[in-house]
Design a protein around this ligand. Structure first.
Ligand SMILES: Cc1cc2nc3c(=O)[nH]c(=O)nc-3n(C[C@H](O)[C@H](O)[C@H](O)COP(=O)(O)OP(=O)(O)OC[C@H]3O[C@@H](n4cnc5c(N)ncnc54)[C@H](O)[C@@H]3O)c2cc1C
Length: 510
């Protein structure tokens, strides 16, 4: 995966791509993998970094969505459970089963949630993980030693999938590239090209050089999440909005708060939301909120009320109430839900996806969730092939193993960038509180298209999420390595540190 060669391929004229994908989140990257796997000449451009948008800000669960059962959306649960099973098979290096316990404090909870979870097991069919089961009070406490015990009656144990969202995005980008697609980050679509009223490509601006150029394609797929409407309006100025944005925030706490490898799932908080308290990468992830928002910035910030909500609700289940000062990092993301007329709140909007085709032939794939990215991609590419009258080829991703881009221990990246010396001293941790070495930084730059300090600290490693203060402290070391590796100068280096520190401040509770 190499940005320079991807851009060179995009700049080559007069190439006619079969498919141009706009957006390098879960949806767009999934589309690029699907299209390339069908043998289509595929290009993908992402305005910022891969997964910079919603796709690095999820709860990191590959799940059927237990709560959608309650909404009666059985088709979505079935489809999600099927996809969960496929992902566990196709990306075992990135997705693993995680134990959850639903704690029961009221007499009706065990039978009510127990029946729901039996249905959940059943819908997973042959691709199920392990069956759910009722737990006594003692078994529940054994699984969750730090769970509040006052009034506890028992629990229900079940399994879902857990993953690292930004890492899965990189694996998809790598898989697409290996299948022959050209994928480039920091390449923004500024307008669409039209021929005889039909969308025939896009003008793309390389954010690093500032130059823009045309990319011609038989069909363009808009996979820009919460930004979908802005791209649709490049095609039809008056296109009515279809995206209803809903913000969700997560807190990251030290692992001691949970003290277990099992997650807590609360299907209904006192104000009717779902709450997860999840072990993740030696930390605890507490989420999530669901607040409809009108603004959709690329770098959303958690609101004070969201942080308060999560602290208060975590304290209802954990004997040691977490305080603001315990928070290692806060993150917020915006769900690209599809708006249906008459829906009361964004929490009530379905997580299903839709494929829209404009009169000019622009395909928009929106909604859905990380878990169903593969099915979303298959639907979008099927539609795109029909719109562009491309010869029909079936989807082949059900059994496609995803790339593994992780650095092997002992593998040095030092020889791969100019100006970097021997490996010995490079392999030390860059910060005592972060599992990040100099070799990791160089590997990310050389093999995973990391271009900035933020790419390395936020998405190739998850340092920013694990500990925002430590990430700020590690920024100068990362900047120094990238500056040397890319042959940049002191101005770029200082700017990288300043920009990252400003961004990281937004991941600390105010
Ligand atoms: C709080 C929260 C928790 C969630 N938890 C889960 C979970 O546990 N499991 C699950 O399955 N799902 C979860 N989801 C849903 C899932 O994260 C999203 O559905 C998914 O990430 C959306 O991916 P996307 O590619 O459509 O959007 P995005 O990831 O936002 O990608 C769109 C991309 O398009 C790019 N772009 C925009 N305009 C342009 C342009 N002009 N040119 C080029 N690029 C452009 C953006 O920079 C962006 O990177 C969660 C969502 C949220 C908000």
């Amino acid at each position: 995966m190499n940005r320079a060669s991807a851009l060179a391929a995009l700049l080559e004229q007069p190439t006619l791509w079969d498919v141009l994908v706009i957006g390098g989140g879960a949806t767009g990257l999934g589309v690029a993998v699907d299209a390339a796997a069908r043998g289509l000449r595929t290009a993908l451009v992402e305005q910022s970094d891969f997964a910079k948008g919603t796709s690095s800000r999820s709860t990191k669960l590959i799940h059927g969505g237990f709560r959608y059962l309650k909404q009666g959306n059985i088709a979505l649960v079935r489809e999600s459970l099927h996809e969960r099973g496929l992902l566990l098979r196709n990306a075992p290096h990135l997705v693993h089963p995680l134990n959850f316990i639903v704690p029961c404090y009221h007499w009706w909870e065990a039978p009510y949630y127990g029946v729901g979870l039996k249905l959940y097991d059943w819908f997973a069919g042959d691709l199920g993980i392990s069956a759910s089961r009722h737990l006594s009070r003692g078994e529940t406490q054994e699984g969750l030693p730090n769970l509040k015990s006052a009034g506890l009656r028992g629990g229900i144990r079940y399994q879902d999938g857990q993953f690292d969202d930004a890492r899965l995005a990189i694996a998809l980008a790598q898989t697409a590239a290996t299948l022959g697609a050209s994928v480039a980050n920091y390449a923004r679509v500024v307008s669409l090209l039209k021929k005889d009223g039909r969308v025939a490509g896009a003008r793309v601006c390389d954010a690093e050089s500032g130059k823009d150029f045309p990319v011609h394609a038989r069909v363009v797929i808009n996979a820009t999440g919460v930004f979908s409407d802005s791209v649709r309006r490049m095609d039809e100025a008056g296109a009515p909005p279809v995206i209803a944005a809903s913000q969700g925030a997560h807190l990251v706490l030290p692992r001691q708060f949970l003290g277990s490898n099992t997650a807590i799932m609360v299907p209904r908080t006192d104000d009717g939301r779902v709450l997860f308290i999840i072990p993740w990468e030696d930390r605890v992830l507490v989420g999530t909120t669901d607040t409809s928002v009108s603004e959709t910035p690329l770098e959303p910030r958690a609101r004070a009320g969201e942080i308060q909500f999560l602290l208060e609700h975590a304290a209802q289940y954990l004997p040691k109430a977490p305080a603001k000062s315990d928070i290692l990092s806060v993150t917020a993301g915006v769900r690209p839900l599809v708006k249906l007329p008459g829906a009361k709140s964004t929490a009530a909007l379905p997580r299903d996806h839709v494929v829209l085709v404009s009169s000019g032939g622009l395909i928009t794939i929106a909604g859905g969730k990380w878990t169903t990215y593969r099915k979303m991609a298959a639907d979008a590419v099927d539609r795109a092939m029909a719109v562009a009258s491309l010869p029909r080829k079936p989807c082949t991703t059900e059994h496609l193993r995803l790339a593994d881009t992780r650095r092997r221990s002992g593998q040095s990246a030092s020889e791969t960038l100019p100006g970097i010396g021997g490996t010995g001293p490079l392999s030390r941790r860059l910060h005592p509180d972060l599992p990040l070495t100099a070799d990791d930084v160089l590997h990310a730059a050389r093999h995973e298209m990391a271009r900035t300090v933020e790419d390395v600290l936020s998405r190739r490693s998850r340092s920013l999420l694990l500990d925002a203060r430590a990430a700020m402290e590690a920024a100068p070391s990362v900047a120094a390595l990238l500056t040397k590796g890319f042959g940049r100068g002191p101005v770029w280096e200082a700017e990288q540190v300043a920009v990252f520190r400003e961004l990281a401040k937004g991941h600390l509770p105010q």
